[in-house]
Design a protein around this ligand. Sequence first.
Ligand SMILES: *[C@@H]1O[C@H](CO)[C@@H](O)[C@H](O)[C@H]1NC(C)=O
Ligand SMILES: *[C@@H]1O[C@H](CO)[C@@H](O)[C@H](O)[C@H]1NC(C)=O
Ligand SMILES: *[C@@H]1O[C@H](CO)[C@@H](O)[C@H](O)[C@H]1NC(C)=O
Ligand SMILES: *[C@@H]1O[C@H](CO)[C@@H](O)[C@H](O)[C@H]1NC(C)=O
Ligand SMILES: *[C@@H]1O[C@H](CO)[C@@H](O)[C@H](O)[C@H]1NC(C)=O
Length: 410
Amino acid sequence: MKKFTILSIFLLGLHVSYSLDNGLALTPPMGWLSWQRFRCLTDCQKFPDECISEQLFKRIADRIAKDGYLEAGYQYIIIDDCWSNMSRSSDNRLQADSNRFPNGIKDLADYVHNLGLKLGIYGDYGTETCGGYPGSINYLELDAQTFSEWGVDYLKLDGCYAALHGMEEGYAKMSQFLNATGRPIMFSCSFPAYKGLEANYSMAVQHCNLWRNYGDIDDQWDDVKDIAGWFSDNQDFLRKFAGPGHWNDPDMLIIGNFGLSLEQSKSQMTIWSILAAPLIMSVDLDTIRPEFRNILLNKHAIRINQDPLGIQGELVSNTSSIQVWKKPLQSTKESRQRIALGIVSFRCDGYYYPQDILLAEFFNEDCNTFSIIDVFGDNNLAAERLYEKSENLTVRVPPTGAVLLLISAV
Ligand SMILES: *[C@@H]1O[C@H](CO)[C@@H](O)[C@H](O)[C@H]1NC(C)=O
Ligand SMILES: *[C@@H]1O[C@H](CO)[C@@H](O)[C@H](O)[C@H]1NC(C)=O
Ligand SMILES: *[C@@H]1O[C@H](CO)[C@@H](O)[C@H](O)[C@H]1NC(C)=O
Ligand SMILES: *[C@@H]1O[C@H](CO)[C@@H](O)[C@H](O)[C@H]1NC(C)=O
Ligand SMILES: *[C@@H]1O[C@H](CO)[C@@H](O)[C@H](O)[C@H]1NC(C)=O
């Protein structure tokens, strides 16, 4: 008992002194980002509804506020690359493209704030952004001040055209400049994605609220598979750095776009929820089909993702191309031990695979009875009945689909 207390104090101390303390991202950030769906579309003549413009962000902000996304937790609407003028102003400030953002970023921030949302923006630590717009390398402090004056609440700082050497220290400086503005600004870093596992992850924890670890996601199942594989291959290393205030980021949810089937969308939602990943959508919320919207809004999946313990879950078994992922969840008054189990099929043989789940494998010996929520409701697990430890559940997993269970010992 005493040992435990000393350990707890030690861990608490570690947490306080070595992680970014801006009060933000205590659970994984949730929001919407323009990149995956709208890329660097700047031709507003040809694509008036889709070009990177204040009209796009206002249109999506309306949907987030009115279609239940904000209520479900999606709060940040984030501008990615290609928003700015190709040159800085005469006083070296970043400025929005005046054709596409005629009222400026401050006006857009006011607009989204009035809807109860928060505004994010994109910058780059190097000489240029990935799309060739002005980079921040010589203007980190000025850009932090500009973003703060505009009322920005989140900064994604990319790492194109930047020297890898000293990148951590540069991002640390930016984090301090953001802090010095006095405005709480969530900070999304990119150096781990550029430096790989060589990156100093302790510095990410210390200076960033979230950070991209790996390559960009594109709109296809192969990318979900590749990213999930990289996260599970490296889970022993990565999991240590995730927790309240500081998260690994496997990149955007592509659910509702062109590349994922309905079952594959459940798989992405399952893995991202288990990983305590930021849930950042990138989809046209005006045209998304209701069955995909329902996955993004699934309240049990979101509850698993947003669990206050903030433990990044892990792959616990991997046979016959069926993976079982597990995430411990905070106990409640009714349940002293709770977990989420994600059963994901990487099979493509068209077989509605029966996977046995033996409850005893996942719980302490003294847990005997369980209640189970079948998050997407595709299996015949009755929420109203209790399950015994000795029971083998057989869940059916469609090819490239997933079953997500929230299991509570009662
Ligand atoms: C700045 O950092 C200090 C110390 O870590 C913290 O207490 C404060 O809340 C931060 N302020 C902002 C605006 O992030
Ligand atoms: C870009 O900025 C320059 C001056 O800094 C201005 O003359 C020009 O109109 C701006 N163009 C756009 C598209 O914002
Ligand atoms: C990471 O940076 C910290 C400074 O914040 C330093 O103490 C530590 O040695 C660095 N770790 C590695 C592996 O370079
Ligand atoms: C899971 O299995 C696949 C092959 O079926 C393998 O490529 C992958 O590395 C395994 N993952 C882990 C973390 O063992
Ligand atoms: C549950 O399934 C496993 C694996 O198929 C098997 O070894 C075990 O005997 C089963 N237990 C029960 C109680 O059916």
